[in-house]
Design a protein around this ligand. Structure first.
Ligand SMILES: [Ca+2]
Length: 336
């Protein structure tokens, strides 16, 4: 056994994963074909693509989602998704793709807006602290549980420096903007004269979105391999992907599943039947009581079958409104 695999076993065992499972995983790794990234040919978002798709002149880049009644939520996977229940939404316009860095830059250029990560997030021990949460997996023999330590607050990280000071967004113009706090997403939406989707709107729109087709084709940007230790980018991407690389769903919407989580305007509650919701206009998450929390939807490039099967329309997660991360973005809607 290689030294590397011994190290992996050493850190997996305290995390409660059996040696047999770890050995099975190592065998699985060995059976994977080498990835030839040139085999991935994506038709990702380009201006010409948008012009060709056209859709409508009134609201460029938006598609109409006819309203309807659907089963919202799911039973049997994660508690917060239940109970499944009937919900209705009126028709609305929704952005075809997540807001890109180029689109967010237009907003900043026009308004001079500074995101919360740039201004500084609330810091109980002193003045506001500029920065954001960056995915930084690290595995070492010293760590008791590597599965609890893959996020770091990185001073200076923002949408312009997504991996921290010194990084930039050159070449990422058509990638979704990240490190966006709730108020940043709202400010952009207001500037556009749009809104953030409600959780019900997002879930309704995403009903026909899939992580992977029945024949195994990847239809979204998620994580393949044993999160967070190993990543085989069989969908073609590590980290964010340019928007519109994968097929659209039946409404013509891209990346509702995967790529980045997306803010909704809905306050988060533990599940759909949480009582007395009106008492908590800022939402309530028992893991962070008192913290204003909104629902994020769709999962991200970090969602993997072994850890976070949240690449499904019903999936939902609480996110502190005052903190962006390197895997949360957003898109907007228009309610006629
Ligand atoms: Ca998404």
């Amino acid at each position: 056994m290689s030294t590397r695999n011994k190290i992996i076993l050493a850190v997996l065992a305290p995390a409660g994963i059996t040696i047999a499972a770890a050995l099975g995983w190592i065998g699985y790794q060995a059976s994977l074909p080498a990835q030839d990234m040139s085999a991935f040919k994506f038709q990702c978002y380009e201006e010409s693509h948008l012009a060709e798709a056209g859709r409508n002149e009134e609201y460029p880049g938006m598609v109409w989602v006819p309203g309807g009644t659907f089963t919202m939520g799911a039973e049997g996977t994660y508690f917060e998704e239940g109970p499944a229940h009937e919900e209705s939404v009126a028709g609305f316009w929704m952005a075809r793709h997540e807001v890109t860095n180029a689109e967010f830059a237009e907003f900043v250029e026009d308004t001079g807006y500074k995101t919360l990560a740039e201004r500084g997030i609330e810091n109980p021990n002193g003045p506001p602290l500029p920065g954001s949460a960056v995915f930084t997996p690290h595995v070492s023999n010293e760590q008791i549980n590597p599965f609890a330590s893959w996020w770091s607050f990185m001073e200076g990280a923002s949408w312009l420096e997504p991996k921290g000071p010194g990084s930039d967004i050159e070449g990422l113009e058509n990638h979704p903007v990240v490190h966006i706090a709730f108020e940043d997403a709202q400010a952009y939406a207001q500037w556009k004269g749009h809104a953030l989707p409600t959780e019900a709107q997002f879930e309704f729109a995403a009903q026909s979105s899939q992580m992977r087709s029945e024949d195994g084709t990847y239809l979204s940007n998620t994580w393949q391999g044993l999160f967070p230790l190993q990543h085989y980018p069989m969908d073609g991407f590590i980290g964010t992907a340019p928007v519109e690389c994968f097929g659209a769903n039946k409404y013509g919407l891209y990346d509702l599943i995967g790529n980045v989580w997306e803010w909704t305007q809905s306050p988060y509650f533990l599940n759909h039947s949480f009582p007395d919701q009106e008492k908590y206009p800022q939402g309530y998450d028992p893991n962070q009581p008192g913290e204003p929390v909104a629902v994020i939807k769709g999962g991200s490039y970090l969602c993997a079958p072994n850890y976070c099967m949240r690449y499904r329309p019903e999936a939902r997660q609480a996110q502190s409104k005052g903190l962006g991360t390197s895997h949360i973005g957003f898109r907007t809607t228009i309610n006629p």
